[in-house]
Design a protein around this ligand. Sequence first.
Ligand SMILES: [Zn+2]
Length: 167
Amino acid sequence: MRLPVRIALLLILFFCADLCFSYVQKELRPQTALQERDIPNALHPLVKQNAELLQTAALKKGITVVITEGFRSIEEQNELYRQGRSKKGNIVTYAKGGESYHNYGLAIDFALQKKDGSLIWDMTYDGNQNGRPDWLEVVSIAKTLGFDWGGDWRNFKDYPHLQMIPG
Ligand SMILES: [Zn+2]
């Protein structure tokens, strides 16, 4: 084999190995990290604090964020998992009880609140009229606070979902 071809093959190999490594880092490792944690009965204090910081920072930009979901028990998670499977409705989760960050008090879901008090999940809504969708402004603030966003997931995108592993 010619040298340039060999180098190209080697580069491709490195690229694939790197992709594989980052997949393990991002999507598989947190799952094992979760299994070692105790199941609480409320939101982790740091996640709660960061959720409040998120609301305060968003409000400064004229965006009202409502936390619609926080800690979820294993039973509640299993019930939610049945939706769209053995129960009617749309599938809203791919996590069974014990597999969701909500079960460990490490995830929140949010919605936007309009001036008339109604909650919306519209990702294009620009209530503060600064030319950027409010939803994405909230997501960027959340990321600076250390949250991972469900909208970045490759398979099932969960746009209202934010999660973190503190410390
Ligand atoms: Zn969620």
